[in-house]
Design a protein around this ligand. Structure first.
Ligand code: URA
Ligand code: SF4
Length: 205
């Protein structure tokens, strides 16, 4: 199958990955996106956060988690005592998938084959960063790493072991908190999210 594999650099460094990912044509998502949104953070970061895919604002900025979901992630990380600089932040899929709705571009969920096509970048980032812990934000990242039967609602906040990877913890995606039907639910969901992030902080302490 077509994938990002052939676009990877020979030597896996974060800088080389970031540069070569700009030209990835491993699936069709590059066509309607502005640019590749690669992960961001230091080599040797203790934690990798993995989201789903860049959103509208990330697509334009070229950086992950800079829109509303990213701002909520930042606030909750701070509340949990996680230094943003101690983290590397990326996505399971590196191009924004969307469909038009009026003048707006609405996020569209990436397919299993797009997630699989983009996987070589993610695995290379994990290898290059070599974190103590991987944090999956939401079902897309969690199921990519922990299998399609993984249920975030049931197993959030627990540490999982997968052969060949650092320990993995999955929690909800901050976007799901922003979509909460009312303020009270949003507040409760935010607190649960911060509680999961405190487990993350405790694991790398
Ligand atoms: N949602 C994601 O999953 N990733 C981003 O970078 C932004 C929003
Ligand atoms: Fe390559 Fe991933 Fe973009 Fe597809 S989504 S073109 S595999 S970087």
């Amino acid at each position: 199958a077509r994938s990002a594999r052939q676009y990877l650099p020979e030597k896996i460094t974060l800088h080389a990955l970031q540069e070569t990912a700009k030209g990835c044509r491993g699936c069709d998502l590059y066509r309607d996106a502005t640019q590749t949104v690669f992960g961001e953070g230091q080599r040797g970061a203790e934690i990798i956060f993995i989201g789903e895919q860049p959103g509208d604002q990330e697509d334009i900025a070229g950086k992950p988690f800079v829109g509303p979901a990213g701002r909520l992630l930042d606030t909750c990380m701070e509340a949990a005592g996680i230094d943003r600089k101690a983290a590397y932040v990326t996505n399971a899929v590196k191009h924004f998938k969307w469909e038009p709705r009026g003048k707006r571009r609405i996020h569209k969920k990436p397919s299993m084959r797009e997630i699989a096509a983009c996987r070589p970048w993610l695995d290379a980032e994990v290898e290059a960063v070599s974190p103590k812990l991987i944090v999956c934000l939401g079902a897309t990242a969690a199921q990519a790493l922990l299998g399609s039967s993984f249920r975030v609602t049931q197993e959030r906040g627990t540490i999982k072991k997968v052969e060949g990877y650092p320990p993995i913890l999955a929690t909800v995606h901050p976007s799901s908190i922003l979509r909460a039907p009312d303020d009270e639910t949003r507040k409760k969901e935010t607190e649960l999210f911060i509680a999961d992030l405190k487990i993350v902080a405790g694991h790398v302490a």
